[in-house]
Design a protein around this ligand. Sequence first.
Ligand SMILES: [Zn+2]
Length: 417
Amino acid sequence: MPRGSNLERVSTFNQAVMLDHVRRSDSGISRVELVQITGLSTQTVSNIVRKLLDLGLINETGKISGRTGKPRTVLNIDPSSRFAVGIHLDPSVITFVLLDLAGSVVARSHVPIQAVADPDATVQKMSSAVDGLIHQAEISRDRVLGVGIASPGPIDQQRGAVVGPPLLTGWARVELRASLQQATGFPVFLDKDATAAAHAELWISEDRAAQHFAFIYLGTGMGSGLVTNGEVVRGSSNNVGEIGHFSTGPGGPRCGCGRTGCVGLAIMPAYLVGEGIAAGVIDAPFDDADLQNIAAQFRQLAAQADSGNARAAKILDGAAARLAWAVEDIANLVDVDRIVFGGPSWSPISKRYLGILRSTLANRLAVGSIHQVQVTGSLLGEDIAAVGAACIVLDHALSPRPEGLLLDGAVAGTSGS
Ligand SMILES: [Zn+2]
């Protein structure tokens, strides 16, 4: 639980701490409770609450009676006071979401990647899609804090550039952040899809108390996001979590890196669909550049396994066991108490994989005799990377983290809303 400081010069930090506590309280919180949780003086809490009310970020939403004293006024976040846009640049489809301050998706749209020819056209398409979302939600642009983009890694954070995302020709090193900032007029943040997913899980997941977890992101490719001490781990260049070449044990397909069984190849839909076709479980043709078709065939393979096809089940159960092998290394390295799986390629196989992952990992984690490690699927669905990109915007603008103390700046431009 972040605590405040009574020094005047860090009042912005205190504002962010208090807003975070209000945001995370399910049924609202009183000033007295804020004093208890933050360690700030009654006067400081009262002043900051006044400021947050004036900024429109929170509301007074009724009173509760305690055993002693007068009834307390309940404070709640005002979800529609601010919004953030999240974009997920995936090799097959671009997803756009508009998130309110409570983390709810209030508008979403999708653009197939085939509809955009090159980076310049994509930026224009993104810009008009952002306008479309704002229009669809019928909100003022003044209330939008910024735009987050989640892209396959690695990324060049310094230049705000995506670096050769898989299967996107002409995208060798595209400075997307600056282009989109110019096109939309909003502040733009760029991050990896797996890191964005970890942000989403941290901001709006069911288990808000999670402090140490690994997020295993399964999309067209694979990556991981890490959270320790309640903070997203970034690494020296914001490229933490590149696990594509982690081993899934002996054997498996030969990877471009020269080894066999790399997780980024051995458990991905394209490879498993190929196995399914070879086993006669699903119909050819197979085109490894047609990602939409591969996704459809992967769902078909999962459906076959679920309906009792032994050959399909064998392929997927083997892949789940291989995935556990790689995940074991991640969990042991960072000592997490939660491993969360998610992303577009997770949904079709989530039920089947969870049982295998849980039973396999239960006996293999180094910390197994010290504490429990929960193995679970994210509830945030296939749009999690886009949702996470929007959460990064909220985090930068509103969270009580040293790098995110932009509250005054973030709301300065929206004071007229
Ligand atoms: Zn490899």
